[in-house]
Design a protein around this ligand. Structure first.
Ligand SMILES: [Zn+2]
Ligand SMILES: [Zn+2]
Length: 238
């Protein structure tokens, strides 16, 4: 069956995410847009995934728990997990490996954890967007050890991307998938970086605001629409 996906979305827990990015608003918008599966990928945290998964179950949208990790090189990597438990364990590891600086909500924005009825439960104190001491060199292996997958985010952007920081994607990083912000330029990036030829190249909305979520367009053919099946698909090189 066709699984229309968007695997990079932020909630009100990301300081840069709109307060309108509540669990119910995200899932209902995904439904309106015709998506079958979405991933919640707040910066360096998974604490809104539980609420989103619950809303997803009510509304029949598959929610993949994940996060957008900031590596020590200041590169954004999307990490996805088959279960909430795996995502939480990975998140515990990441919290222990992150620079701790108190968030200034007046400058950076609030970091709100919600329940599945969009009630505010709590607010995270430490600024989530700070870098971790996890290197790009072992992030794929690390995510894999929690049964997940890691892929470089928006590699075509001029900041916080693997190509803007390192200029290349080394085979030794073991990525099977990359994300392009502008998929129409896919061929251009493949000719500049032939390593991309046998990798899955996907695009996601990276929305921080509801109005930036995109209409369902990209899909995988899957036997079943589950986080596990999506992760398996992304792990297999083409
Ligand atoms: Zn990013
Ligand atoms: Zn993002």
């Amino acid at each position: 069956m066709k699984c229309y996906y968007d695997l990079h979305i932020h909630s009100c827990l990301s300081p840069c995410g709109s307060m309108d990015m509540t669990p119910n608003n995200i899932v209902n918008m995904a439904k309106l847009l015709g998506l079958s599966a979405i991933a919640l990928t707040d910066h360096n945290t998974v604490h809104n995934c539980e609420a989103l998964i619950k809303v997803g179950q009510r509304e029949d949208i598959c929610v993949v728990p994940g996060m957008e990790l900031t590596t020590s090189e200041e590169i954004h990597i999307v990490c996805l997990f088959p279960t909430l438990e795996d995502a939480k364990s990975f998140c515990d590891y990441v919290s222990e490996h992150q620079i701790k600086i108190k968030n200034r909500a007046d400058i950076y924005g609030r970091q709100v954890i919600m329940d599945s009825d969009d009630n505010e439960i709590s607010e995270l104190e430490n600024l989530l967007v700070m870098a971790t001491d996890i290197s790009i060199m072992n992030v794929a292996e690390l995510a894999e050890s929690y049964n997940g997958i890691a892929f470089p985010a928006h590699i075509d952007r001029s900041s916080m991307s693997i190509l803007s920081v390192l200029g290349e994607i080394s085979e030794s990083y073991n990525f099977s998938t990359v994300e392009l912000a502008d998929i129409t330029q896919k061929e251009k990036w493949i000719s500049a970086h032939p390593i991309l030829k046998n990798m899955n190249i996907i695009t996601n909305c990276d929305a921080h605001y509801l109005e930036h979520m995109k209409e369902a367009e990209n899909f995988f053919e899957l036997d079943e629409i589950t986080p596990k099946a999506i992760i398996e698909k992304l792990k297999n090189r083409i």
